[in-house]
Write a protein that binds this ligand. Sequence first.
Ligand SMILES: Nc1ncnc2c1ncn2[C@@H]1O[C@H](COP(=O)(O)OP(=O)(O)O)[C@@H](O)[C@H]1O
Ligand SMILES: [Mg+2]
Length: 284
Amino acid sequence: MAKTICIANQKGGVGKTTTSVNLSSALATIGKKVLVIDLDPQGNASSGLGLKRNDTQEVNIYHVLIGEKKINEATYKAKKENLEVVPATPDLVGAEIELVDTQQREFRLKQIIATITNKYDYIILDCPPSLGLLTVNALSAADSFLVPLQCEYYALEGLSQLLNTAGIIKKNLNPNLHIEGIVLTMFDTRNNLSHQVVSEIKNHFGEKVFSAIIPRNVRLSEAPSHGLSIIDYDAKSIGAIKYLELAKELDQRVNRISEQPSKKQQSKLSKSLNKSETTGEVNV
Ligand SMILES: Nc1ncnc2c1ncn2[C@@H]1O[C@H](COP(=O)(O)OP(=O)(O)O)[C@@H](O)[C@H]1O
Ligand SMILES: [Mg+2]
């Protein structure tokens, strides 16, 4: 069974799509079978993995969510071995509206993923920058969620709202949901503030923060316009090296946890998540 991980943060521009694309690609590079499901109507994960809008507009995640197509009909091969994509187009905006009146609308994606989970090691869900029905579907379908946080002064702004939503979903829709971890993105070595933000977040969230910190790297912002992940665009870049490090760290974490689930894994952050279920508040 695949491990399904939702890449979530309702803030835009924090590195969700960059992380979805490059973490998935790095996992595929280390030999894992990976499916990326693009849940953002902007479709940036789809184009970043080399899919062309013209080729995908007839059959994509929208058609799967509204029940017109099966997920395997909307699954496309990326340019990379081991990596497949269910793309999104702006049509996906309509799914949020069309699903509102349907039964079990929060579980659409969960039911869809259940039909293909045996084919992959990882299913990565790239979320839109909101906490609407698409993100609720993703959090209901996922085993865990991973939060990219940009190394800037307002990094934590909005995180309590995300944890609160996740807490409500854990309580009502997906009891096994847990936090996979926090990935610090766009770290700038020359900027003192970046260093301060990293130490503050590490102090607060401890082991839930991945050791691999993603630096600001121009190659990471260039790669999507070539339809390539950073590993295929410039394997020697610091961005590629760090996303590979992140993939290995994640894979070790996932395997360690599945071998021996223990209370030790509970960090301050997962406690925050549990707390948010009962109080509706998270102290971040
Ligand atoms: N580590 C990084 N270094 C440089 N540019 C980055 C980095 N991460 C993301 N970007 C750029 O920042 C912008 C926002 O990133 P994106 O991944 O699309 O965020 P989100 O999906 O959270 O909205 C994009 O133009 C992307 O290319
Ligand atoms: Mg995005």
